[in-house]
Design a binder for this molecule. Structure first.
Ligand code: GAL
Length: 733
């Protein structure tokens, strides 16, 4: 016997509501066929009622069991079901789970009949149950319901591996080691546990150990390893194979691992003993229309966007464990992660706290092998001090994973520090004062402690992508000032801003339309000016982003200055109406600590009533031109552009990609006050997610397409009423 793992994504049937008969009745009349990940209800992206997706629903699926799986123990692994689930196999309850962000497994071995009619029924409860974190009081985010992550059927021999934890050793030495512990089940006499480490197809090392019958854990050490460290610019990953041999049976688990040491200290954060100033944003896992239910590629595209477009080095998975795909991608591209347990300000009763500890344990057990994760968040985001509860969560995290430090996000000053890192949401910057508070004033301690700012900006200055220029600029300036303050103080490990993307929320928050416009990007991941602040702090590519729409009358009193240019160029030449205004250098006097302060033009001649003309900005590094931006004084629609983030999609279980559509002027800038309706159409094996008729919002929109299973060519077209059209073609294989 061997381990067999089969994805259970296709061939599910879904219907809102759950009646007792559903558990035992395989019939699917009145159900619709669905493919996972699945949202119980596609929602508008604003002005909806949160009641509309809450309630019970039913998912059913036949199990096409194969003869060779007999004698195995059979589990169904759920990666995430919001908010609670009861799983029935052939009418009998096989397992239940509460908590929408953590995985769970249900063993169905004893319920199977092997008669060709075996089936699962899942009752999904997507209500905001007060017995389950984050619920119980108000929450500033919406948790969309459904079996919204993957489900897998796992058949294992009676002797099998339950989990493997790896710990890198001697990371700074030329030859490194990897310690591993396997949790085992059903070990008979004469069994052996073997481990090998692989770099692609090359086996680097192997070892094994004989097991005592009934052994529940075993430890192994792979030594003398010639491996690279996991670094942000070279995130080397290796594959570990762990095999349990028992008689003729084998059970093998493969996982990826990396070699790195991450440490928060009173003098900042160190990765592999190198000091790194952390520059990050918080991410919610929501997507327009689909809620939480987006497959791997969308998760990958988010991580890529944070690392490669915004040039962040850390993301906080606010406020819960996020998709394993997102974390996998963070490992692959070198994006650090602060992951925290589900919650928001509210701490419930003893049973609720038990549930919270279960969530924490499930999160750590699921994710302890990700080199990208450098901190466990063990406190309910922004809750008050609670000595007993947080002494317990800290002890639990440290016992499960002594290799990582703990943080606990609070907004409180002088809060009881039970964690390793004082993680603080510092919303003190109001546009006129210092970017951040002094760490000792916040902690109230007379010594320095590891200290990380986990939120800033956010609700203090909500900004819509289609707001006027002054507001967009002020949001960007606030992020700049906080980043500068974080960079100035070696005691501050870094700052993680609120937040990456606008998100759906409850009536108690946001702009009344169920949206918090706190992102540096909107919920479609389109950038506001503040995105350029992050983008420009990189060495990887030249960035030159004037925070202007170049208009005479969009700002008050016909001002176009201060004109802030987010850039990593050493000099920027400015040409207005063909007249060279000279070269300008970054504003180090106001942003002394930023790696790349913006260039700020305080005065440009001209005003209300003068002839208005175009401009040109030229960026130089090492005296050479590396970037150029042009603006016309007279923008008109020149082209409709369409760009998909993926070049091809896969057939089978649904796949997706984000597509960006922009109505641009002759220099490629989207027209900021264009709200033209556009028709989106998909032909071939795919569909638009959300409505096909949309309005451009400030000259651009983004949307996602989903595949329908078949192979072929997916052609996505956008048309404007004025007859502009653009298309992309995606092979689906
Ligand atoms: C914080 C909270 C976040 C979000 C943010 C808005 O208090 O932790 O979840 O609500 O405010 O700025």
């Amino acid at each position: 016997m061997q381990r067999i793992v089969t994805p259970l994504l296709e061939h599910w049937y879904f219907r809102p509501g759950f009646v007792p008969r559903d558990a035992a009745d395989p019939a699917t009349e009145g159900f619709v066929p669905v493919c996972l990940p699945h949202t119980v209800r596609e929602m508008p992206c604003s002005y909806f009622s949160v009641q509309d997706f809450q309630g019970l629903s039913c998912y059913k699926r036949r199990l096409n069991l194969k003869e060779e799986w007999k004698n195995h123990r059979i589990f169904v692994d759920f990666d995430g079901v919001m908010t609670a689930a009861r799983v029935f196999c052939n009418g009998r309850e096989a397992g239940t789970h509460k908590g929408g962000f953590t995985p769970f497994s249900v063993e169905i071995t004893d319920f199977l009949r092997w008669d060709g009619g075996d089936f699962l029924a899942v009752e999904v409860d997507s209500t905001e149950r007060p017995d389950t974190p984050p619920f119980g009081y108000v929450v500033d985010y919406v948790c969309f319901g459904g079996i919204y992550r993957e489900v897998t059927l796992r058949a294992v021999p009676p002797a099998h591996i339950r989990n493997v934890k790896t710990e890198a050793r001697d990371v700074m030495a030329p030859r490194k080691a990897l310690a591993l512990r396997a949790d085992l089940q059903g070990v008979p006499a004469g069994a052996v546990l073997a481990a090998s480490l692989w770099d692609g197809d090359t086996r680097l090392a192997a070892c094994e150990t004989a097991l005592a019958p009934g052994a529940q854990t075993a430890e192994l050490l792979l030594q003398d390893l010639d491996v690279r460290r996991w670094e942000l610019d070279d995130p080397a990953l290796y594959t570990l194979r762990v095999t349990l041999h028992s008689g003729a049976d084998t059970d093998e688990v493969r996982l990826r691992t990396g070699f790195r040491i991450a440490r928060f200290t009173p003098r900042g954060f160190f990765l592999n003993e190198k000091s790194i100033k952390l520059r990050g944003l918080n991410r919610h896992q929501q997507y327009p229309y689909q809620g939480y239910a987006m497959p791997w590629r969308a998760q990958y595209q988010d991580a890529d966007l944070l690392k490669r477009e915004l040039h962040l080095n850390i993301v906080r998975t606010s406020h819960y464990p996020q998709s394993p795909h997102f974390l996998d991608r963070c490992d692959e591209i070198g994006l650090l992660v602060f992951e925290e347990l589900p919650g928001w300000q509210h701490i419930g009763d003893a049973a609720w706290q038990e549930q919270s500890c279960r969530d924490l344990e499930a999160m750590i057990r699921r994710d302890w092998n990700h080199p990208s994760i450098v901190l466990w968040g063990v406190r309910i985001n922004e809750s008050l001090d609670d000595h007993d509860f947080y002494a317990r969560t800290n002890a639990l995290a440290r016992a499960l994973d002594p290799t990582r430090q703990t943080g606990g996000v609070r907004y409180l000053e002088h809060s009881e520090l039970l964690e390793d890192v004082y993680t603080i949401n510092d919303f003190s910057h109001d546009g006129t004062n210092a970017g951040l508070r002094d760490p000792r004033a916040v902690t109230g301690l007379t010594r320095d402690v590891p200290y990380l700012v986990t939120e800033h900006s956010g609700h203090i200055y909500p900004t819509k992508r289609f707001d006027n220029e002054e507001r967009l600029l002020e949001q960007a300036l606030r992020h700049l000032r906080v980043l500068d303050a974080a960079a100035a103080d070696p005691r501050i490990s870094g700052a993680i801003g609120w937040c990456a993307f606008d998100y759906n929320t409850h009536k108690d928050f946001g702009s009344g339309d169920k949206v918090c416009y706190h992102g540096v990007m909107d919920m479609f991941r389109l950038p506001k000016f503040a995105a350029a602040v992050y983008r420009s702090q990189t060495e990887e590519e030249p960035v030159l982003e004037p925070l202007t729409r170049w208009t005479r009358g969009d700002r008050c009193a016909a001002q176009i200055t201060p004109l802030v240019i987010c850039t990593n160029c050493e000099e920027v030449r400015v040409i207005v109406n063909g007249v060279d205004q000279g070269k300008f250098t970054p504003d180090r006097s106001n942003y002394p600590s930023l790696a790349h302060p913006p260039v700020v033009l305080r005065q440009l001649s001209g005003g209300w009533g003068d002839d208005w003309n175009g401009a040109e900005f030229i960026g130089y590094r090492g005296g050479k031109e590396v970037a150029r931006q042009r603006y016309t004084a007279d923008p008109t629609p020149a082209a409709l552009e369409l760009r998909a983030n993926a070049a091809a999609l896969t057939a089978g279980p649904w796949d997706t990609t984000r597509i960006v559509c922009r109505l641009v002027d002759s220099y490629g800038h989207p027209l900021p006050y264009d709200f033209t309706p556009v028709q989106l159409t998909a032909e071939g094996p795919g569909q638009i997610i959300g409505p096909g008729l949309r309005s451009l919002l400030g000259g651009e929109i983004a949307f996602w397409v989903r595949t329908t299973g078949e192979e072929g060519t997916l052609r996505v077209t956008v048309n404007t009423p004025e007859g502009l059209t653009a298309a992309v073609t995606l092979p689906v294989k």
